[in-house]
Design a protein around this ligand. Structure first.
Ligand code: SAM
Length: 239
């Protein structure tokens, strides 16, 4: 997969994309990453990417001309597939696991990140999808895009060491994940559930499933409506 970002602070990606699983994905050849500086498509001495809002008000709005010019230059190479272009905005579609899965199926993603008061509305004509991380306002889209990129890249086959890593995680199958433990078996009087030490894999699988169901019912009952449940799950939830 090729992931590209267009923003005014491309160096913000250095640490996240150069660390841990994001770095490994690139080292393995599963991911190519390029961060473009929007200022490279400005034409004035100050490399201006923003201006006062029409109609008055505080703050600055990102101009649409450099965004269009950058988009046209980035997508010019006919040898590459046309990207799925993702704008980040609090006014977008709420980001979730289903959208991460959808985006992970694209061969090429281009993220366009806002700053200041946001982006001139006319630039959204380039968006295939506009994504919001949630009902709050961040300073810039770089941070939001990094969250989306991280969630998407973990879904590319072969990126996670254990293939099952992403399959058993929260939201896969519509449930929250069961509680996890590691050594020591007893810590300050708090013990790991006996079943996890039993070596009985069927009992462990059953316990994990029930913990997922109970935790989801308690913390996110809304998820149960669309979860993948069988009769045994329903019986457990009724009790
Ligand atoms: N004035 C805008 C509004 O009220 O909707 C907020 C602009 S925000 C300060 C600057 C940029 O941060 C946005 O253009 C967007 O790219 C990004 N951003 C902020 N909050 C976000 C969120 N919840 N989800 C995705 N992107 C967000």
């Amino acid at each position: 997969m090729l992931i590209e970002t267009l923003s005014t602070f491309p160096n913000m990606y250095d640490s996240v994309m150069g660390t841990s699983i994001m770095k490994r994905a690139q080292d393995k050849g599963a991911l190519q990453f390029r961060a473009y500086d929007l200022r490279d498509w400005t034409h004035d001495r100050h490399r201006t990417t923003d201006d006062d809002p029409y109609g008055g008000g505080h703050g600055l709005v990102m101009k649409c001309e450099p965004i269009f010019e950058a988009y046209e230059a980035i997508t010019r190479d006919a040898a590459l597939p046309k990207p799925t272009t993702v704008f980040l905005s609090p006014c977008g579609r709420s980001f979730d696991d289903a959208l991460a899965t959808e985006l992970s199926q694209s061969e090429r993603l281009l993220f366009v990140c806002g700053h200041y008061e946001g982006i001139d509305e006319r630039a959204y004509a380039l968006a295939d999808v506009t994504v919001s991380l949630g009902d709050y306002v961040l300073t810039s889209g770089e941070l939001a895009s990094m969250v989306v990129i991280d969630a998407v890249v973990r879904k590319i086959p072969g990126v996670l060491g254990a293939e099952l890593g992403a399959v058993e995680e929260s939201f896969a199958g519509g449930l929250l994940e069961y509680p996890q433990y590691t050594r020591p078996a007893s810590f300050r009087g708090s013990c790991v559930p006996d079943v996890l030490l039993s070596g009985n894999h069927a009992a462990i699988a059953r316990w994990r499933r029930e913990q997922s169901l109970a935790r989801t019912a308690q913390l996110r009952p809304d998820l149960l409506r669309c979860a993948d449940l069988d009769e045994a799950d329903r019986r457990f939830l009724r009790n």
